[in-house]
Design a protein around this ligand. Structure first.
Ligand code: ADP
Length: 235
């Protein structure tokens, strides 16, 4: 008998099944990903750790629909991205996936508020709606008092918190972060991570975070690494 709906575990928002990716280096074929699988559910945060060159960025790029796998499936909120053409794939990425990078990539000529408003306006929201949501998101990362500041007037940690607010501006279902605290001192890294975790839990996003910071990894729901091209759990 099937469980009643409320008893069922929700479907993952991000799922990769048996993903394969090889690169040719000279005449040598390098199997970076070989049947790599993973799923992340709403509100869950998973850490992806491992040495440089182990395939973390490749995996994140494939999960973020920036790169196609040679084989295997990538499902975003249940939608098989491999079955979509280029346009629809781009739409799915823009509407469902948020990115946070090691370097904030904020627009220097615009205020913190505008940096969070712009992706929403590009997505069709009017100025007032975008401003209201941007204010709420900046408040969630503790930056309501800094909304009018340009990035150059903010500290490294504050810039990264604006980048986190921007990454969820269009209410993505999946959040992918590549070394989001890699450029910060340990205390600031902890603070930025705290805000990233709060945003993930309160918005019910599924987050996959590449990090070298063991302490932060330990604060996530599980720790994964890539071994022989496969995703394995190590904590
Ligand atoms: P990580 O993010 O863990 O440092 P990457 O995903 O960047 O690892 O790289 C994994 C391996 O794949 C490395 O050996 C890298 O040199 C190789 N690689 C990545 N991208 C390419 C590419 N476009 N062409 C050839 N080799 C690549």
């Amino acid at each position: 008998m099937n469980n009643p709906p409320e008893m069922q575990t929700p479907a993952p928002l991000l799922e990769l099944r048996n993903v394969q990716r090889s690169y040719l280096q000279g005449t040598v074929k390098l199997d970076v990903l070989n049947n790599a699988s993973l799923s992340v559910r709403a509100g869950e945060m998973k850490a992806l750790v491992g040495p440089s060159g182990s395939g973390k960025s490749t995996f994140l790029n494939i999960a973020g629909l920036l790169e196609r796998p040679d084989a295997g499936e990538v499902l975003i909120d249940g939608v098989d991205a491999g079955k979509l053409g280029r346009g629809k794939r781009g739409n799915l990425r823009r509407s469902h996936i948020g990115f946070v990078f090691q370097f904030h990539r904020l627009l220097p000529e615009f205020s913190a508020l505008e940096n969070v408003m712009i992706p929403q306006m590009l997505n069709g929201l009017d100025r007032n709606e975008a401003a209201t949501r941007a204010e709420q998101l900046l408040a969630m990362v503790g930056l309501q008092a800094r909304a009018d500041h340009r990035p150059g007037l903010l500290s490294g940690g504050e810039q990264q918190r604006v980048a986190i607010a921007r990454s969820v501006a269009n209410a993505p279902r999946v959040l992918l972060a590549d070394e989001p605290t890699g450029n910060l001192d340990p205390d600031t890294a902890k603070d930025v991570f705290h805000h990233l975790a709060t945003i993930t839990r309160t918005t019910g996003t599924a987050a996959l975070v590449v990090t070298h910071n063991q302490q932060l990894a330990l604060n996530m729901d599980s720790i994964l690494t890539i071994s022989d091209g496969k995703i394995i759990s190590i904590g």
